[in-house]
Ligand binder design. Sequence first.
Ligand code: HEC
Length: 110
Amino acid sequence: MKKFVYTLALLLPLFAATAPAQESVAQQTERPTGEMMGNTCAACHGTYGRLGTAAFVPLAGMEVEEFVRAMRAFRDGTRPSTLMHSVAVGFSDEEYRAMAEFFAAQGTEE
Ligand code: HEC
């Protein structure tokens, strides 16, 4: 295992050198995935939506329809929120669904 990690550490700079060019092309041509969008929620909801030491509500394992319903309600103000209205207005219904599927697929264990 140690050897593997060491090899990986040696190889990583090689990937780092070649990855950026590919990534920028991908960003221009592909739509953001649920995972990419979902990672912007990590500061408050934890990495992969798992609470861990994060301050707020965990999203990991939340049911898809429940997630989408919550986001719509935050957006149109039918569900009161301190912060989530500002977050929810930034995404479309289709994007809510992509994130919902990402979070629903995450286990709640670390
Ligand atoms: C700045 C902190 C912050 C960020 C960033 C944030 N949230 Fe929230 N979220 C909250 C808070 C606080 C609540 C509780 C409701 C409220 O007061 O706004 C909440 C509640 C929620 C809920 C309801 C959970 C439940 O159990 O019903 C969902 C769904 C949610 N957030 C999704 C998201 C998604 C998706 C993102 C990223 C696109 C995100 N949040 C980013 C702070 C945040």
